[in-house]
Design a protein around this ligand. Structure first.
Ligand code: ZN
Length: 310
């Protein structure tokens, strides 16, 4: 698309390049040890430099954590300032969003007591691109993080794609049906996928402690033995928990899509799509049974459907 053909909203948006994308925001709380501890626990970070009670450092990757809004209103007045470009793109029909790039630069370590402020600059908006998700525009933002003295402690570049979702799912004729995404098959999980192709649900059993485990990994998560055999499961189980997926929608699936944690009667738990049951009919504890579906020649996937009894 040439510049001359750009729609009005895009021309106006480009006029705001280089200006603030949102009001500056100062962290609700200063950098503090409890939040560092929670973050390290969540990330599995064990570097003692971050957890030293005498002189802890904040992990640099926490840069944006300090100024991030919480899940609940933070007393800042309720209204959320949306970044420049989001509302404009929504109004132009590019209603879906996906983050595509994020890079951070750390100028210095943050310590407890530092109070971080972020300022976001709207860098620009691309021409319309045709992407696998649908037509859209990339939006670029530059974040600058400063401390209580106004000195820069870090920077961040953030790029998102705002796009018009391509309608695929149920309405598409069979001939246009997009290919089902393929699993990542490793040396550890190949037996499982080979089993599905033979319409068998195979579970890995530890050769040392005999516990069943799934998904398959290089060793037993309990005793760390690398010896194993397989057990062919009966395919009967019950719904331990479930979610109904509405978004994001991937080509090759039908939505709303019930996805369950299924407890097999052998005593191991799997993630599985549910079939033959409406989203409103799924119940915790529902008895289910495996089924095998050849979604493409030579490519068999499993799902669970309700079964009678319990
Ligand atoms: Zn074991």
């Amino acid at each position: 698309m040439s510049a001359a053909a750009a729609p009005d909203w895009l021309v106006q948006l480009r006029g705001r390049q280089g200006s603030p994308a949102a009001p500056a925001r100062t962290a609700t709380d200063p950098v503090n040890l409890p939040m560092i501890r929670r973050w390290c626990a969540a990330m599995g970070e064990r570097n003692p430099a971050y957890l030293d009670e005498q002189a802890p450092l904040a992990p640099p990757a926490m840069l944006e954590v300090w100024t991030m809004r919480g899940f609940t209103p933070d007393g800042s007045g309720g209204a959320v300032a949306r970044l420049t470009g989001i509302d404009e793109m929504d109004a132009a029909g590019f209603t879906a969003v996906v983050a595509t790039n994020l890079s951070q630069e750390y100028v210095r370590y943050l310590h407890p007591g530092d109070l971080v402020t972020q300022q976001v600059t709207f860098v620009g908006v691309s021409d319309q691109k045709q992407t696998a998700l649908g037509p859209g525009h990339f939006l670029d933002y530059r974040y600058e993080f400063t401390d209580q003295r106004g000195e820069v402690v870090g920077r961040m570049r953030f790029r998102i794609l705002k796009y018009r979702p391509t309608q695929v799912a149920a309405a598409a004729p069979a001939a246009m049906k997009p290919p089902h995404p393929r699993p990542a098959i490793t040396a550890d999980s190949a037996f499982f996928w080979d089993g599905l192709n033979q319409r068998r649900l195979l579970i890995r059993r530890c050769g040392q402690c005999a516990r069943l485990h799934h998904p398959p990994g290089p060793m037993c998560p309990v005793c760390h033995s690398q010896q194993w055999s397989v057990l062919e499961a009966s395919g009967r189980g019950t719904v331990h928990s479930y979610v109904i997926v509405h978004q994001p929608q991937m080509p090759g699936f039908r939505y709303p899509l019930p996805v369950a944690l299924v407890d097999l009667e052998e005593g191991v738990r799997l993630v599985a799509n549910l079939s033959g049951v409406g989203p409103e009919q799924v119940r915790i504890g529902m008895p289910v049974e495996v089924e095998f579906n050849e979604v493409e020649p030579g490519y068999v996937l499993y799902a669970f459907h309700p079964r009678a009894g319990g």
